[in-house]
Structures are given as C-alpha cells and as structure tokens.
Design a protein around this ligand. Sequence first.
Ligand code: DGL
Length: 257
Amino acid sequence: MGIFDSGLGGLTVFKELRSMLPGENLVYFGDTARVPYGTKSPEAVIAFSKEIAAYLLEKRIKLLIVACNTASSLALDAVRKISPVPVMGVILPGVEAALRTAPPGGRVLVTGTSATVNSRAYSRALAGSGVKVTERACPLFVPLVEEGWCTKPVAETVAREYLAQYRGKADALILGCTHYPLLKKVIAKVMGPRTKIVDSALAAAQAARTELADRGLLNPGRRGRSEFVVSDAPERFSALALALLGIKTGRVAVKRF
Ligand code: DGL
C-alpha cells in the first residue's frame, strides 16, 4: 500500500494503518523538499501529487492513500485518473466520522490548511447533511508540527489565536490536516469539553482497511514491511518520526523530483 503526504503529517495515518494492518507492506512518501502544500496553488499541489503517485505506483502498490488533506482536496481526481489501483483520500472518512458525532443541526468546525479551506472541499462533502459548517484555516499549525513543537507553550498560544473564539460553540471539530492530530491535546484544551475532536487520520485508516477487506485484498499475518522515502533531509524526518510519533523508520531513502 502506498501512502503520501507533504511531510510528516501523513505518518499519523501510517501509524494507525501499521497497527490495524500488521500484515501489509506499507511504503510512505513524505515530500519534505516541498512542504508545506497548504500555502501552494492548486496547480502546484496537483503536479506534486501526480509525480508522487506515479513514483509509488512503480512500486506495485495495491491501494494508494493520499494522506494529506490539501492534496485530497485539490488533487484526488487528477491522481485517480493516472492510477490503475484504487485511490483514497482523507476527507470523506473524516466527514463520515464527524457526522457520526455531531447531532442533526449541530455545528461542525473544520480546521485545515489555507489551501484546504479555500477549496471548500469539506463544506461540499458536508452539504445536505443538516449540520452547520464553519471552516477555519490554521496555517501556523503545520510549521509547528514540522518543527517538533507540539507540546511547547507556543503551540497553545497559536491554537488559542485561531480557535478560542469557537470554544463551547462546536459539537465536532474535524482535524482536517494530517499534521493536526499531533496537536490534538492542545486543540481539545482550547475548544473545551463540549467539542468532540474528529481525527481524520484514524477514520482514513479504518476506511482503508474496509476498502481492502471489501476487495478481498487484505494480507493476513503480522510481518508486513514498512518503507520510508522522502524528497529531502531523511535524517531529520527519521528523528522527528521517532520523537513525535514513536515510529522507528530505520533507513529512509531519498527520491528527488
Ligand atoms: N498534512 C497536510 C494536510 O493534511 C499538508 C500540510 C501542508 O503541507 O501544508 O493538509
């Protein structure tokens, strides 16, 4: 199975997949040379996503997971067009999980990168469901995570700046960026106990497992391999994967485009 993100964020999906599907071979690509995607144009995100998809498809994967909300918002159709294997994004699973949480007529707050929010992908996916949707871009969250500063006081200061105005006012908050689960504690603290935090990384991994099972493609067993490839700075990626997510990557390969 192939998984990609602009950087570290998709590792939140990888981690759920690794524990749910121990028999699968997983190859993760982090586009560390070009992160962040959230401030780039749709054209750039589509071009990068297609390049990475083509690279992962060469590795004979059976399912491709776009573990990046920005790329899922902007490039899913383009990637599907070039892929002979099923392609899954992270938006629909997050939306479905939010709708299981928020009551009819309830308020859902979607957080994401500027590109994701500007694309309105979540509002479109939630349209007609009966919930009220507010979208809020939180552009400083990704650099905080990529810097490994998730538990520093600055993380809470930034989260308050973006989200304090919604405290007590939302039934569910969607972590609409795969970097954001790493800030979940701080976000939950700022939002208060009334708001359920919806982790789209977990929801996406569950959806991938269902997809494989439905297609009869699940690999039983417990000896799946994990492979990591980045477009720059492999040592830094490896160190942060361990520090932030407890993932031991072993050797990380480099693929430059
Ligand atoms: N983790 C990504 C997302 O889910 C992208 C963050 C970024 O590169 O800006 O949107």
